[in-house]
Ligand binder design. Structure first.
Ligand code: HEC
Ligand code: HEC
Ligand code: HEC
Ligand code: HEC
Ligand code: HEC
Length: 363
């Protein structure tokens, strides 16, 4: 009897201990990517203080989710080391250099909306609230939607005339397409965001890589402010464009559906391969010269995103992705390209920027 009592007590203690330990661990993981600070740093209960709205809340309020500003309001600024808000729009030109990865550059993985908004170069996603409407959205064949790619695809077949792409929501990138209010589309993303490996993204904004619903990936804690071979986002890819919708390229294809990578008759390419592993090329092929070290200027995706890969082995970890060449928020170069297509980054024979990181014999 006595032994049993002790045993039970001991067990109960053990349970409590491990429960506390697990809770602590869970909190530690979640807190890492979730917002921190006082509620009042970001929310206002009545959109009023001392009988009036504060000047710092701007003139567009009251805002959804009782916030004190908009997506753009919080995400405008200049990135610096240790910053806890990812800034995707700067009112002054960000430091980019040739690829946005050199030391001293201050854009994040997605780049910056500065160039599109500034109108110097109609170069990127002309997001509502920041940039003017770009008629490219309605050019026939440019944006083709298919319900098969994602049943909640914006417009589900057609893009409405005059519609701008938005940060989040029905016609946006972050959060769910089934909510039109942007903050509702990402609901929970800021408070319950996880960090590190997101291998089973599920269907909530918090579960997706950077609140992209259903997309897997490994999140760099600094949003790639200072990327190196060992410090970077690990993008999800697959070695068959038709088989997995959790890849970052499948995300782009929710709107740019025509850009599927499929080889034509006889196996020749008709469009640039995407979600195709360079390990599938013949031994000695030029693209295998990509190198042992992951190159953050020309990212490659992997099937396994449970960790960050420092070196690549051409074994499902050298997958071409839309982000090998593009930055989603913009760059100083045409068509959101990561580097100047009319330039040569090495001392190559031909120009083409980062193309020669993979097409090594063309350099
Ligand atoms: C650093 C900014 C920040 C701080 C601090 C903050 N919030 Fe939020 N909160 C947000 C943002 C942004 C959203 C809307 C987008 C989202 O849900 O991801 C939000 C959404 C919410 C929501 C609605 C969505 C949901 O998950 O239910 C509630 C409720 C909420 N916050 C409560 C709080 C409370 C209570 C505190 C303090 C304990 C707090 N917030 C502190 C930024 C913040
Ligand atoms: C009140 C300020 C505030 C508002 C409003 C706000 N954000 Fe954020 N957002 C933050 C902060 C702070 C973080 C950093 C949280 C962290 O540590 O990951 C963040 C992080 C993010 C991230 C990156 C999450 C990750 O995985 O690291 C995305 C994407 C994002 N916000 C999108 C949005 C969108 C879209 C909206 C509008 C619907 C929005 N935010 C509105 C403050 C805000
Ligand atoms: C929610 C729909 C949507 C998603 C998702 C989306 N785009 Fe776009 N994209 C658009 C629209 C609309 C335009 C044309 C209007 C504009 O430039 O704003 C566009 C334009 C572009 C352009 C041409 C820019 C120009 O002005 O010439 C590029 C390049 C591009 N997108 C790449 C991408 C990549 C890479 C991804 C994935 C990271 C992606 N897009 C995801 C809607 C989307
Ligand atoms: C190998 C590099 C590379 C990859 C990978 C790549 N792109 Fe591009 N993309 C380019 C270049 C270069 C251009 C500029 C036009 C051209 O030369 O075809 C471009 C142009 C575009 C345009 C503008 C087309 C127009 O009509 O103006 C869109 C949209 C686009 N890309 C989206 C995507 C999407 C979505 C993916 C992934 C499914 C992707 N790209 C993958 C290099 C790439
Ligand atoms: C991340 C690596 C990567 C980058 C960057 C890249 N490519 Fe490719 N590219 C590939 C792979 C892999 C193939 C398929 C090669 C094969 O099947 O042997 C390919 C195929 C091609 C082909 C078709 C070759 C054929 O055999 O039919 C052309 C043309 C091409 N790329 C041009 C470009 C240009 C131009 C750029 C820069 C805008 C570029 N690529 C950037 C990896 C890359």
């Amino acid at each position: 009897m006595k032994t049993i009592t002790i045993c039970t007590r001991y067990l109960a203690k053990l349970y409590t201990l491990s429960f506390l330990l697990l809770t602590a661990l869970a909190v530690a993981t979640v807190a890492d990517a979730a917002v921190t600070g006082n509620c009042s740093d970001c929310h206002t209960m009545h959109y009023s203080q001392g009988g009036q709205a504060l000047a710092e809340w701007g003139s567009d309020g009251p805002y959804n989710a009782l916030l004190t500003t908009t997506c753009v309001g919080c995400h405008t600024g200049v990135n610096s080391s240790g910053g806890d808000v990812p800034f995707v729009f700067s009112t002054t030109a960000p430091v980019y250099d040739a690829t946005g990865t050199e030391s001293g550059t201050n854009t994040l993985a997605g780049g910056n909306f500065y160039w599109a908004a500034n109108g110097t170069n109609d170069t990127g996603h002309n997001v509502d609230d920041l940039a003017a409407y770009d008629s490219l959205a309605n050019e026939s064949g440019f944006l083709a939607f298919s319900a098969a790619a994602d049943s909640s695809t914006p417009g589900n077949g057609s893009w409405p005339a005059g519609q701008q792409v938005t940060c989040a929501g029905t016609y946006g990138c972050h959060g769910t397409h089934s909510e039109s209010v942007m903050v509702s589309a990402v609901a929970g993303g800021h408070h319950y965001g996880q960090s590190g490996a997101l291998t089973t993204p599920g269907t909530t904004p918090a579960g997706g890589f950077r609140m992209l619903v259903g997309i897997a990936g490994y999140e760099d804690p600094e949003w790639e402010l200072t990327p190196t071979s060992s410090l970077h986002n690990q993008y999800k890819g697959v070695d068959d464009v038709t088989s997995d919708s959790a890849t970052i390229s499948a995300f782009c294809m929710r709107c740019h559906d025509d850009y599927h990578a499929s080889s034509g008759p006889g196996g020749g390419w008709l469009r640039h391969p995407i979600d195709y592993d360079m390990g599938s090329t013949a031994a000695g092929s030029e693209v295998r010269g990509y190198g042992g070290a992951y190159d953050p200027a020309v990212p490659v995706a992997s099937i396994d995103v449970s960790s960050v890969l420092n070196t690549v082995t051409f074994n499902d970890d050298t997958i071409v992705t839309c982000l090998s060449c593009h930055r989603s928020h913009g760059s100083p170069f045409s068509k959101l390209l990561r580097w100047d297509y009319m330039d040569s980054i090495g001392d190559g024979k031909v120009t083409g920027g980062g193309c020669t990181a993979c097409h090594t014999s063309k350099n």
